[in-house]
Design a protein around this ligand. Structure first.
Ligand code: ZN
Ligand code: FE
Length: 256
């Protein structure tokens, strides 16, 4: 494996296109827009070597076609015909090697936000698109609360130090909701102070880590008494199973 760094390119209002790069090459994750990628490649004199897609939404794949016109590179993505540009359709448990960099990544199918959403993990990194956010999770557009619960539970079994590269800068608004859903959680106040400092300087709050999510994310803390109690209050009935809690707080957050 060659040494590399991971840098965020901004797209649209709050998307991140995570870019694995060294002094001459780059691979991009979820290029919703080709423009910021092409500008960065030109400014830094980098050659594009691969595209990775986590799910079919336009703000994650919309730049594929223009990037492929610039340079025909392999596109790694889910088994979903809605992303026409994917050249390597990957299933749960399949492994891939990041071209040029040699980093081994394993694919996890993590449905919930969409039916075919995948994550890539390896080399201490997790690229999880719109399933897991810092202190939050994606909306359930195609999946069920049970699927999202199982997907998040699987991600939480990755090593605590895994760096979590999410698809959007939603951290501060997620923390505001998390404080309502998990009011006794002191770790949220610490995270809020840290995130505010970063955002005041216009810096990303990401990557997060699996340990940070276990400590602060109400959607992975659905079995904690404090989250269960506030979810029950919102639902107007006593919720006792974590999937019911997740369903209630996801619904709550949609209107928060
Ligand atoms: Zn999405
Ligand atoms: Fe998105």
């Amino acid at each position: 494996m060659r040494p590399f760094e991971v840098v965020p390119l901004r797209a649209f209002a709050d998307n991140y296109i995570w870019t694995v790069r060294d002094s001459g090459h780059a691979a991009v994750v979820d290029p919703g827009d080709a423009r910021p990628v092409l500008d960065y490649l030109r400014a830094e004199k980098l050659e594009l070597v691969a595209i990775l897609n986590t799910h079919h939404h336009a703000d994650h794949v919309g730049g594929n076609a223009d990037l492929l016109r610039h340079r025909p590179v392999p596109v790694f993505g889910p088994c979903d015909e809605r992303i026409g540009e994917v050249t390597h359709r990957l299933r749960d448990g399949e492994r891939m090697t990041l071209p040029h960099f040699g980093a081994g990544l394993e694919v996890m199918e993590i449905p919930g936000h969409t039916r075919t959403h995948i994550a890539f993990h390896g080399a201490g990194m997790l690229f999880c698109g719109d399933t897991l956010f810092a202190a939050g999770c994606g909306r359930l557009f195609e999946g069920t609360p049970q699927q999202m619960y199982e997907s998040l539970s699987r991600l939480m079994r990755l090593p605590d130090t895994t760096r979590v590269y999410c698809g959007h800068e939603y951290t501060l608004s997620n923390i505001r909701f998390a404080q309502a859903a998990d009011p006794g959680n002191a770790a949220l106040h610490e995270l809020e102070a840290k995130a505010k400092q970063l955002r005041d300087r216009n810096l990303p709050t990401l990557p997060s880590t699996i340990a940070q999510e276990k400590a602060t994310n109400p959607f992975v803390r659905c079995a904690e008494p404090g989250v269960m109690a506030s979810a029950s209050r919102y639902a107007g009935r006593r919720l006792t199973d974590p999937i019911g809690v997740l369903a209630a707080i996801r619904e709550w957050k949609n209107h928060f």
